[in-house]
Design a protein around this ligand. Structure first.
Ligand code: ARG
Length: 550
């Protein structure tokens, strides 16, 4: 049994209450867990402080509990750290990467990344993929079977604009990195087209011909689509993502037209000025247009088809779409429409929204042409990372700088809750001292280097009596619960915060307390190893490499 769960179970037995909403008390109390008695006041018809006092008097500390005390309206529990420490450290050292793993059984689909072909992979996609991949790993850690999917726009006006650029800008593709080049062509074409009615008309013409199956345009489309996809594949590698299925808008388009008509015939959808729409006004969700007047299937109806396809192909019990906040209304409309037509699938659907990434120069949008591409960002960060890594560890192997650069980007994208806008700043992201990946990686490598000097023996927590040791053990104890909470709330940033706190406590410990050569060496080494494993475990969930040497 997870030591934390065992501790809680022993508390429940000690106070003979069937269940108790336990909390982590403030550090100053010195207690390990606390029970606030406010919510019991109603049941016992007494003031909370009186309840706490009585519970403390009647309690019989057992198992891992050594002492129970009332402080005002709180009941504080003190663990017997000799037993708990041994239980905890032995559990971590025995389970290694398995410490904190859950037993959930369901299959969950996480749909993320979503770059559109014929366009750049930009900084917004980076937040998406970092969040989606860490969420997938977090759910896997909890035991779920995760299916990773990715839904890409490979057709539509943006593609037509890019093809226009290929036909009119007179540029030749480079020998390599064609996918990156294609994004540049799109951006340039977009600039040249906007506010130019003649060119806009040319683009509409291309779009129409492409739909109609014009052979030479289709050939160009297929070839260039592959350039994008090949490049995206290399980006996925940087993020450790492997998709089980790539979905494309082009494959759900024809079925979308059919579906819109079926829904119309069934009377679920209706005609409005030549278009086919879902009237969702009753639910304050406006009108959801499925098919335009000229029979073009919109994003809406394509997602409709996608939902059944995803369900049919993988039978997940939940589907989580990681997509920006600007699509909140779209997903509300979609889920409501599904509820009316396919309630079984509707129940499985979730949208995990996230906010924008800003640089000092302002909002990022690939349509405005001021887009920060992943390619340019990675190059810049890597150059900084090489310098920073040299400063801190002159002998670091070359690939360390790459781990630091990629880790720095990912961690900065994950550490904030998804609903907060990120202000990306490379200096902060590459910090070896602050709340950033290099700091965590460096701390992990430091623990590894201690463990290279001597091996931990049989752990005896009687020798871990220092306050800083206790604080570290308390933090380790909460790792499994943090994983559970993060998976429940779909919030990988809980793990990021946890990793930072653990690393900070470890550095406090390490600076103040000698390990090698101290009389408590064996026990302290066990603690160091438990921290190294748990920090490594956390970084793995975040998709960040944890070098052993730096
Ligand atoms: N490709 C879309 C976009 O650029 C995102 C796809 C999101 N997923 C979905 N099922 N709609 O906006």
């Amino acid at each position: 049994m997870d030591p934390y769960e065992k501790l809680k179970a022993d508390i429940i037995k000690s106070i003979a209450l069937p269940e108790a909403a336990l909390e982590t008390p403030p550090q100053i109390t010195g207690a390990d867990l606390a029970l606030p008695c406010f919510s019991l006041a109603k049941k016992f018809k007494k003031p909370p402080a009186a309840i706490a006092r009585e519970l403390a008097e009647k309690a019989k500390p057992r198992g891992l509990i050594s002492r129970i005390e009332a402080t005002g309206p709180y009941l504080n529990f003190f663990a017997d750290w000799e037993s708990l420490g041994n239980l905890l450290l032995n559990e971590i050292l025995a389970k290694k990467e398995g410490f904190g793993s859950g037993k959930m059984k369901e299959k969950i689909m996480v749909e993320f990344a979503h770059p559109n072909t014929h366009k750049a992979f930009h900084i917004g996609h980076i937040r998406n993929i970092a969040l989606g991949e860490s969420l997938s790993r977090l759910l896997e850690k909890s035991g779920y079977k995760v299916v990773r999917t990715n839904y890409q726009g490979d057709i539509g006006p943006h593609v037509a604009k890019c093809l226009w650029g290929l036909l009119h800008l007179g540029k030749t593709p480079p020998a390599k990195d064609k996918g990156i080049w294609l994004g540049e062509i799109y951006a340039e074409a977009n600039q040249k087209i906007s506010d130019n009615p003649k060119r806009e008309e040319e683009v509409r013409e291309i779009n129409k011909k492409l739909y109609a199956g014009d052979p030479s345009l289709r050939k160009l489309w297929k070839q260039t689509r592959k350039w994008s996809l090949d490049y995206f594949e290399s980006v996925y590698k940087d993020f450790g993502s492997k998709f089980d299925r790539l979905y494309f808008e082009s494959e759900v388009e024809a079925p979308g037209i059919k579906l819109a008509k079926t829904l119309l015939n069934k009377g679920v959808a209706k005609k409005s000025e030549g278009a086919i729409v879902m009237d969702l006004k009753k639910w304050d969700l406006g009108v959801y247009v499925l098919l335009t007047q000229d029979q073009t299937p919109l994003y809406s109806v394509k997602d409709f088809v996608l939902a059944s396809l995803q369900d049919k192909e993988f039978h997940p019990s939940r589907i989580i779409h990681v997509v920006g906040t600007e699509q909140i209304l779209h997903f509300r409309q979609l889920f409501k429409s599904l509820e009316l037509t396919n309630p079984v699938v509707a129940k499985k659907e979730n949208h995990l929204p996230y906010e924008l990434v800003n640089l000092k120069s302002g909002k990022i949008s690939s349509r405005e042409g001021r887009v920060i591409t992943y390619d340019s960002m990675k190059k810049e960060i890597l150059a900084h990372a090489i310098k920073e890594t040299k400063k801190h560890s002159p002998n670091a192997p070359a690939k360390t700088a790459e781990s630091v650069a990629l880790g720095g980007i990912k961690y900065d994208m994950i550490k904030q809750s998804p609903e907060k806008t990120i202000m990306f700043d490379w200096e902060q992201a590459l910090s070896f001292e602050g709340n950033a990946a290099p700091y965590l990686q460096y701390t992990h490598a430091r623990a590894c280097s201690i463990l290279r000097k001597a091996k931990p023996g049989k752990c005896d927590a009687r020798h871990l009596k220092e306050e800083k040791e206790l604080l570290l053990m308390r933090k380790l104890l909460t790792f499994p619960g943090t994983v559970q909470a993060a998976a429940r709330d779909l919030r990988p940033h809980y793990i990021a915060n946890y990793a930072y706190q653990l690393a900070s406590l470890f550095n406090d410990f390490y600076q103040a307390i000698p390990v090698i050569g101290s009389p408590q060496e064996k026990a302290r080494l066990a603690l160091v190893q438990a921290v190294q494993l748990t920090l490594g475990n956390s970084l793995k969930i975040l998709g960040i490499t944890a070098p052993e040497k730096m």
